[in-house]
Write a protein that binds this ligand. Structure first.
Ligand code: URA
Length: 430
């Protein structure tokens, strides 16, 4: 495409609160992909979008332009109908691990393109890589092969899919421009649409541990993503789910795999099991397979068999012991009382400080780093009782992580105990 526009003019237009035309959007995404718009120019434009937003037409065109910047995948040759779940990210959000094999065991195909943790939020690929031998970086042929054999695949988004998003997301991460409804919606949906699945179910998190702190922002994001999916002919629904408290009882890498396996064995924390089943029912309904009850498939061991097939098909050993941080330290209750607050953001930051997450995209993570907590909001506790355990290979990290955890888990009087939000706040879609 010839350079019909100057990046500076596009930046100034958005800075001054104007709408970008379709031609400007097509040009800027294409020019950024081929290096004709520089990173500093794209960061300025992203910041202008964070500050001034984009309307529905602009978001839709931006999403289309990102899809056109890369290749599309095609699962139409697969015998099963395909469906993918995408979470906007949270703390202790290990749901993909039990969900993908469960939905596969119910008969649907689940090509689950996943990401790595960033900041205080965990990443599915980082968690699964704590299983010895497991690999998430698969070629397109390997993705189809694993899907055919296991019914599900959990893998990295390849470089070919929505190329502009890969470049832009990395840039947004280091320029404080992630938190924009327009940019998040287009970033997520361009990948889901380019992936070519039969249906998409979105888990839009809200609360302190989510990007969208307020339920109203989460609803707006969900509505835009559902519309983008439907406009592209992909049946899309969204659940708004709570992230004021962390999910389950663990945040980190191997600790979350262990908890997921407990859920696949029919146990595990109630909220993880419940959200897994709610999302499984949404996914199955989206592809017309709602006659199957996923609770039966979880309880009779078929979901566990499916997990073992999936892990093996991606090179992992489902029976291998998982690494756990070499050093551990407990957080003890400072007094008798009840748990008045269990804050998702603070727990996520503590896990990140222990080495479960990375400060820069290229940093390694510790497979065994994380936090396990033993209490929920409203629980009675006695002075000196362990409330949580921190794990890491690098004990110099305990000081800062403990400070975050002490702040995140408060003990007080029953009258001061915060009520957690309901697990599922809303559903958007047909
Ligand atoms: N996940 C994405 O893929 N993109 C965003 O912008 C935020 C979360």
């Amino acid at each position: 495409m010839a350079d019909r526009f100057a990046a500076r003019d596009v930046i100034i237009a958005k800075r001054d609160g104007m709408e970008l035309s379709d031609a400007q959007i097509d040009w800027v995404i294409d020019a950024y992909s081929r290096g004709a718009v520089a990173d500093e120019q794209m960061s300025a434009l992203a910041m202008a979008i964070v500050l001034n937003g984009m309307n529905r037409r602009e978001i839709s065109r931006w999403t289309d332009a990102m899809i056109r910047s890369g290749e599309r995948m095609d699962f139409t040759g697969l015998a099963r109908p395909t469906v993918d779940k995408h979470s906007t990210g949270g703390v202790g959000d290990k749901i993909t691990l039990p969900l993908a094999p469960l939905v596969a065991a119910c008969g649907a195909g689940v090509p689950q393109l996943s990401g790595r943790g960033l900041g205080h939020t965990g990443g599915t690929l980082d968690k699964l890589e704590s299983i010895p031998g497991w690999r998430g970086g698969l070629s397109p042929d390997e993705i189809l092969d694993v899907l055919g054999r296991a019914g599900a695949v959990i893998c990295e988004t390849g470089d070919e899919l929505a190329r502009a998003d890969k470049k832009l997301y990395a840039l947004r991460d280091v320029t404080g421009t992630v938190e924009s409804i327009a940019l998040i919606a287009s970033s997520i949906m361009c990948k889901k649409i380019a992936e070519g699945v039969g249906a998409v179910v979105l888990d839009v998190k809200t609360g302190s541990g989510a990007f969208m702190k307020e339920p109203e922002q989460a609803r707006e994001l969900a509505q835009i993503m559902v519309t983008l999916g439907l406009d592209a002919g992909v049946p899309t629904t969204a659940l708004i789910t709570r992230m004021d408290v962390p999910l389950g009882r663990t945040a980190g890498n191997s600790v979350e795999v262990t908890e997921s396996v407990e859920v696949l064995a029919g146990g595990g924390p109630d909220d993880v099991r419940e959200l897994t089943l709610v999302l499984a029912r949404e996914m199955l309904a989206a592809v017309g397979m709602d006659a199957v009850d996923p609770a039966d498939v979880l309880d009779d061991g078929r979901a566990m068999d499916s997990w073992r097939r999936l892990i093996r098909a991606q090179g992992g050993d489902p029976d291998a012991p998982l690494p756990l941080g070499r050093e551990s330290q407990d957080l003890l209750a400072p007094r008798d009382g009840v748990i008045t607050r269990l804050d998702a953001y603070g727990v996520g930051v503590a896990a990140w400080r222990l080495g479960a997450g990375r400060a820069r995209k290229e940093d390694p993570v510790q497979a065994g780093a994380g936090v396990r907590w033993y209490v929920s909001q409203g629980d009675e506790v006695r002075e000196g009782q362990p409330l949580a355990t921190m794990y890491t290979d690098t004990p110099f990290r305990f000081g800062a992580a403990l400070a975050d955890l002490e702040h995140a888990i408060s003990v007080g009087d029953p009258a001061d105990a915060a009520e957690p939000m309901p697990l599922v706040l809303d559903r958007i879609g047909a």
